[in-house]
Structures are given as structure tokens and as C-alpha cells.
Design a protein around this ligand. Sequence first.
Ligand code: BEZ
Length: 214
Amino acid sequence: MEQLTSMPRIGDKALDFEAVTTTGKLKFSDYNKGSWVILFSHPADFTPVCTTELSGFAQEKDFFAKNNTKLIGLSIDSIHSHIAWVNAVQEKTGVLFEFPIIADIDMAISKLYGMLQPGESETAAVRAVFIIDPEGKVRLIMYYPLNIGRNMEEIKRTLLALQTSDTNKCAMPLNWQPGDKVIVPAPKTVEALLERKNSKLEMVDWYLAKRSLN
Ligand code: BEZ
């Protein structure tokens, strides 16, 4: 499957693909059905930063399951390399990468998702993260360079922020954490503005008001 390089954008439909993975062949749209998916790439198997990152994802298995989210990793290594790495990490540390890891040896999926950024590396995927909702829409994108590991707390925070925002039709302020107040959409009429002025919302100005979710 020869693909031109494309850059997915927030709000785009996640492009579908079929892949060979460490849990068998899969079709992305089937994997995505009914759940959130975090698709993430790493530069190479058997490298230190990547080992810490994938271990971090594996150790958050219960968090992601509880929040209806599946994981899927990717690098341009072979399936044999992936299996050997999974085995080595499990033997050395006891951590098992149970989520599928795509063997993207022809780079087709890396190109489809803009994971190859030649200014950073001609031969390895950068550290990309795509949070994709159950409707198959790309909701959040992060790109990190080869030498900087991602922040698992930020990945978890942004996933919960998206889910909470969808459920409560609100926005999240700077550094929002679960349990913090959320931002209420600004009023669209003068009547709504007057209503807001008489409400119990925490109001900084007419367009910036917060409320608790509990
Ligand atoms: C690492 O995971 O340690 C790594 C991989 C590729 C380039 C630099 C670091």
C-alpha cells in the first residue's frame, strides 16, 4: 500500500488502514468501533526512551480500560523485532506490552499519519500521539522529537478533558485537572447574559465563567 505523506488535522476523520500487529492483523476502523483509541508511534524498538514510554502505556492498562480507551502503538520495525522487544522487556522488567504494536515496515501508515518528519529523522517515526474518539474523529494530536519522552500524565489528562468536555458541553481552562471547575460557553444573547449575571457561576467577566461539575 504505497501512500503519499499526509498530515492529519484535529477534526479530521481518522484515515483507515489494515495492519500487521503484535496481536495479529487488524483493521483500524474495527478496532476503533465503540471506543476511544490512542494511536502512538515510537522511533525504534530496543531503544531506551521508547522502552520507558511503552512501559508507561502498558502500566496504565487499567486506567485506559476504565475510560473506554484502547491503545495501539506503531514503529517501522518488523513484527519479529516487536515480538523480541516485547519479550525482552517482559523478561527484564515484568511489564508486558499487551496492546497491539503495528509493524509498519513499508512506512505506509507512518506516511498516512504524518509520523515521518524528515527534518528530525529520515528513517524513524517521531513520537506522535493521536487521540481518536469513538466516531473515528481525530480529537487531539501531539508530536514529540526522537530524544524527548512523552508525558503520560498529560496524555491521561487530555483524554479525560476531551471526554468530560463532550459529556458536559464545556471547555477546560489552563492546567485543568479532573475535579476542577470547567468553563461554561459564553452567552449568545443579552437575555442569556443577564441570566448569567444572576447565576451562581464563578464569573471573571461576562465571557469567562466557570462552574463545578459536581
Ligand atoms: C530512544 O528511544 O531512546 C531513542 C530512539 C531514537 C532516537 C533517540 C532515542
